[in-house]
Design a protein around this ligand. Structure first.
Ligand code: PGA
Length: 263
């Protein structure tokens, strides 16, 4: 398992699912399911990433019921304010007590043409507003065949970290594009190999201390049945979960992976 100095992070990326009313029901049910199971809040950090339109509602619920989940957004603008129709500023997300923001998810890269430079600008925007960027990197099936697993994600991360201060709080998520939503997860060995390489990139870019404290997540078809095998790997510090984060019992079981790791 990841180093004792890195608290595991289980992050649920809802993508474009659950409206604000469904979000309330979901978050309440997840909270009670974990409570009923006697889950220890301190052992793992839980974060949910709802659509923008749900964030205020989820923030209010988390606050009112003292629910120990961190809140994150799925994207943000490179700009802070101004004439940018449809964009959402990191300043607004910070005001809503969002702690995290996903940046460079492969669906943004693929459907919105987000380049490594845009990703880097978004990382800077997040950090300007005190948000923790969850920087997503990963290779396509074609990249994997041509260059192997780690070359493309390592290059993406290197660009994303340009100009980032060595003491910045960041999270890295290795998400092989071929594993996202496909039901075909990477093997724990593959995930470990690339996550270790990404940690080395953090070390090169931000220094050894940053590499030691930065959490590197695996994402792509994570389920309750495979989470424990990923979490046993020394350089995997958590998971970014899509489809399985939308099913209360399944996501709760993922959060409670320690039951299966044998620690
Ligand atoms: P998945 O998605 O868990 O549905 O494969 C992961 C992600 O896109 O973050």
């Amino acid at each position: 398992m990841g180093s004792v100095t890195r608290k595991p992070l289980i992050a649920g990326n809802w993508k474009m699912n659950l409206d604000h009313l469904q979000a309330v029901a979901f978050v309440q049910k997840l909270h009670w399911t974990l409570k009923d199971a006697g889950h220890e809040n301190d052992s793992v950090e839980v974060a949910v990433f709802p659509p923008f339109t749900d964030i205020r509602t989820v923030q209010t619920l988390i606050d009112a019921d003292k629910i120990p989940f961190a809140l994150g957004a799925q994207d943000l603008s490179t700009k802070d304010s101004g004439a940018y129709t449809g964009e959402v500023s990191g300043a607004f997300l910070a005001k809503l007590d969002a702690r995290y923001v996903i940046i460079g998810h492969s669906e943004r890269r693929e459907y919105h043409g987000e380049s490594d430079d845009v990703v880097a600008a978004k990382v800077q925007a997040a950090l300007r507003h005190g948000l923790v960027p969850v920087i997503c990197v990963g290779e396509t099936a074609e990249d994997l065949e041509k260059f192997g697993a780690s070359a493309v994600p390592a290059g993406q991360l290197k660009t994303a970290l340009e100009g980032v201060a060595s003491d910045a709080d960041i999270v890295v998520a290795y998400e092989p594009v071929w594993a996202i939503g496909s039901g075909q997860a990477a093997t724990p060995d593959q995930a470990q190999e690339v996550c270790a390489k990404l940690r080395a990139v953090v070390a090169e870019s931000l220094g050894a201390d940053a590499a030691e404290k930065t959490r590197v997540l695996y994402g792509g078809s994570v389920k309750s049945g495979n989470i424990a095998s990923f979490m046993r790997e020394p350089d995997v510090d958590g998971a970014l979960v899509g489809g399985a984060s939308l099913v209360v019992d399944e996501f709760a079981a993922i959060i409670r992976y320690q039951k299966h790791v044998g620690v």
